[in-house]
Write a protein of this length. Structure first.
Length: 474
């Protein structure tokens, strides 16, 4: 990243007082947005879905657009379960997840949308300026065109601050990706009533509150580097430089941002690690009819596992007052239990390193993606069997409060997942984490992670969500 962008994002990260919208006012504004929008979401039988039907072995929209619920059979040599069948969301189109940004008095602000998704636990969450599938912005639903779409369609090259193609949840989506994009405008633009300007620092502060910043905002923000040395601490951080010199976490994370940091593993070592796993692991996906899924039951109201675990597919009737379409019905994925995602880090020779795992999921584009140290989403992780078998899970569940850098509940994407939240944790421990790791885990610096993030299909969305919450402790 060039110095201009580095300074632009860094200044927004450390902005404590938003001259437009103080954080306390932003929280009141979110509550007000929740209060004034009519929302009705109820579970219904599949037979009451409008424009959806079971045909050709799947649950499909009559237009052939949006998404479908398909059945798959997965075969792999990864892990202890080598073959299984499941429903999965098939949505091959690429959507927009985009922020408009603008400088006010030299500080970059992000235009956030108070958006209600049908699956959100608390209805309103802060989403990107534009959050739209191709079916949405092509107006297949015959509704209004998404607000601010043309700013992204017509953006000039010099306006684009970030542009990446990133994956969605690999265990629930079949090879789904979205365009993560940030653009910067100079002109004044009309701000609609459910949009607000916030700094990057404010957005990260709001992530510390359960279920305020949605998954789509988090994945885009993960692509913004915290900062890029080697500028001096005083140049980069001004009045905050003293707190860095007195804080092991800040010092280690600052050093970890540098391209020339002393790394436990070189970039070549990590590429070899990833390549080896991709070459040695096998993943074969075969589409099969939903009615043929082994161990899954289809009733008039759900598609669920016979042991009532993992997740289920339900039908919903939705009414939301401020959407492009205010009333519709659709299938959704409903969790059976909450999950947990945790990223463990420590300073190695003064440089912060994170434990990343090479994780295979059935919907991945390229077999494995780098995931958090612990990721348990689809099964009960609190069983004795899981706690003993999964590396680092027992440690995470018993982590000392003093080592917790981040610990909140964060929602999955509310457009497809019904009231799903997972505990999200970042744990900093310099004493109890050994340097030697299991074979599918690797130490990486923050800068190395960011380098892989610039490319497609390397970091999964759970890892990106946790990375987005990283900030310095001031």
């Amino acid at each position: 990243m060039n110095n201009y962008l580095n300074n632009l994002f860094t200044k927004s990260l450390f902005e404590e007082e938003n001259i437009l919208n103080p954080t306390s006012d932003a929280l009141k504004w979110i509550k007000e947005q929740n209060r004034k929008v009519k929302v009705s979401i109820r579970e219904i039988p599949f037979s009451e879905l409008k424009n959806w039907s079971f045909r050709e072995g799947a649950l499909r929209h009559d237009s052939g657009k949006f998404f479908s619920i398909d059945g798959i059979r997965a075969s792999t040599n990864y892990g202890k379960i080598h073959e299984w069948e499941q429903p999965i969301i098939n949505q091959p189109e690429i959507g927009y997840l985009g922020f408009i940004t603008k400088e006010f008095k030299g500080v970059l602000h992000f235009l956030m949308q108070a958006k209600i998704e049908p699956g959100n636990i608390n209805y309103v969450q802060l989403s990107p300026t534009l959050q739209a599938t191709k079916s949405n912005y092509s107006q297949v639903h015959k509704g209004n065109i998404p607000a601010y779409l043309n700013f992204f369609r017509e953006a000039k090259k010099e306006q684009v601050l970030l542009d990446q193609l990133q994956s969605e949840q690999g265990a629930r989506f079949l090879k789904k990706r979205n365009r993560n994009i940030i653009i910067k405008v100079e002109e004044d633009i009309e701000i609609l009533e459910n949009f607000i300007w916030l700094t990057l620092g404010q957005v990260k502060d709001l992530m510390k509150i359960d279920n305020i910043v949605n998954m789509d905002s988090r994945t885009v923000i993960s692509g913004i580097p915290l900062l890029e040395p080697p500028l001096s601490l005083s140049d980069d951080l001004g009045k905050h430089s003293q707190s860095f010199e007195q804080n092991n976490f800040n010092r280690g994370l600052y050093a970890s941002c540098a391209y020339n940091a002393k790394c436990k593993n070189s970039l070549d070592d990590i590429i070899k690690f990833i390549t080896s796993h991709k070459c040695n692991l096998e993943l074969d996906i075969e589409k099969i009819p939903l009615s043929s899924l082994d161990n899954w039951v289809i009733t008039d109201r759900s598609i669920h596992h016979k042991e009532k675990k993992y997740f289920e597919i339900i039908a919903t009737e939705i009414e939301i007052g401020n959407r492009e379409v205010v009333n519709w019905s659709q299938p959704m994925v409903k969790p059976v239990q909450e999950g947990i995602c945790a990223l463990i880090c420590k300073n190695i020779k003064g440089v912060m390193h994170f434990i990343m795992q090479a994780k295979l999921e059935c919907g991945n584009f390229d077999i494995i993606e780098l995931a958090p140290t612990v990721q348990c989403l689809t099964d009960n992780y609190r069983t004795k069997k899981s706690i003993e078998a999964l590396p680092f899970l027992k440690y995470v569940l018993n982590a000392q409060k003093s080592n917790l850098i981040f610990d909140t509940y964060q929602s999955e994407e509310g457009g497809r997942f019904f009231k799903e939240q997972n505990r999200s944790m970042i744990i900093f421990d310099e004493e109890n984490i050994p340097l030697e790791l299991p074979e599918n885990y690797v130490w990486m610096t923050y800068n190395q992670i960011q380098m892989f993030l610039k490319h497609n299909n390397y970091l999964n969305i759970q890892a990106r969500s946790l990375l987005s919450s990283l900030s310095f402790r001031l």
